[in-house]
Design a protein around this ligand. Structure first.
Ligand code: SF4
Length: 321
């Protein structure tokens, strides 16, 4: 046996993991709105893509709706962290809704880039997943200028008016490696393709992927805590497999962890998506401990300190008391 090979069963927990600054802000926005205005508070779409977070807020009086037309006239509606198209703001205004916009500032940054390049009449290639709420919101800023590129397969179908005036932007929660490859393929077709002014894939997505790469290299199995509709959580599963884990699974909570996954496994990696409360990770660690994996080590790759202020409309009302 190699001197480095662990002889006891152990768990490597990635850090950073779990809540990012945008999710923290969005969840706190709904909680503070419930405290300030009282229930019900309507929320358009899932405030963040996590089943447990949504259920917890529902229990406190939040009502989740798919579209603003389901919100009674004059009521309060919170827009989710993923952002909305301008048309959604217009619909809300037409229904006289009081809106609180919990769009993550890093998503708003991409919206602003889209508006700026559209104003200069660029063709904008938005790399992202078709149907994802964030992509719909960003594309809605400049529908006449933006076309979606959904991974490598989308590259060949792109057509532009002027190859000298093309920029790419992206969804914030993509795989860093895959996006680099997609951009390289786009650049083969459009050598003068312009990069975004700063990375669109956000710090939290990049950091969680870097951290899972580190633990995946030493783990036979990686368990990613996150919901099935969470883009950044799904990417963590893919990255773990690409970087050495023989198997990687997405679980909503400890109840989804299966004992048979652990057969023949010495090291289990654990991480969680950016919309996942830490208590769900603790539940998974407790279950693993019960199955003989009680030796837990945290592997920290970078320290995070990002914080975002609550939406200004809510801060104003909180100040007013
Ligand atoms: S994953 Fe990134 S863009 Fe999305 S809410 Fe978190 S910080 Fe914002």
């Amino acid at each position: 046996m190699d001197a480095q090979t662990p002889t006891t069963r152990r768990v490597l927990v990635a850090k950073p993991r779990g809540y990012c600054a945008g999710v923290d802000r969005a969840v706190e926005t709904v909680e503070k709105a419930l405290e300030r205005y009282g229930a019900p508070i309507y929320v358009r779409k899932q405030i963040v893509h996590n089943t447990h977070v949504v259920k917890t807020l529902e229990a406190k009086g939040a009502i989740f709706v798919e579209e603003t037309e389901a919100v009674p006239e004059g009521a309060i509606v919170v827009f989710s962290a993923h952002g909305v198209a301008p048309s959604v703001h217009e619909e809300a205004a037409a229904r006289r809704l009081k809106t609180i916009d919990a769009t993550c500032p890093l998503v708003t940054k991409v919206h602003n880039e889209a508006k700026r390049f559209a104003a200069k009449d660029y063709d904008i290639l938005l790399i992202g997943h078709d149907g994802h709420e964030e992509v719909e919101g960003t594309a809605g800023e400049a529908p006449d200028h933006i076309q979606l590129v959904d991974g490598f397969d989308g590259v060949s179908g792109v057509t532009v008016r002027d190859p000298e005036k093309v920029v790419w932007l992206s969804q914030t929660t993509l795989s860093v490696d895959e996006t680099t490859e997609t951009v390289a393929r786009l650049r083969e077709r459009f050598p003068n393709l312009i990069d975004p002014p700063s990375d669109d894939i956000c710090y939290a997505t990049s950091n969680r992927q870097a951290a899972v790469k580190q633990i995946a290299a030493e783990s036979e199995l990686v368990v990613v805590v996150g919901s099935a509709n969470s883009s950044n959580s799904k990417r963590l599963v893919e990255v773990a497999k690409d970087y050495g884990a023989e198997a990687a699974y997405l679980v909503d909570d400890a109840s989804f962890v299966r004992e048979e996954w652990l057969e023949g496994v010495t090291t289990v990696g654990v991480t969680s998506g950016a919309s996942v409360p830490e208590e769900l990770v603790e539940g998974v660690l407790a279950k693993l401990a019960g199955l003989g994996f009680a030796d837990v080590h945290e592997v920290e790759t970078v320290k995070e300190s990002m914080r975002f202020a609550l939406p200004h409309e809510l801060r104003r009302d909180l100040r007013a008391g």
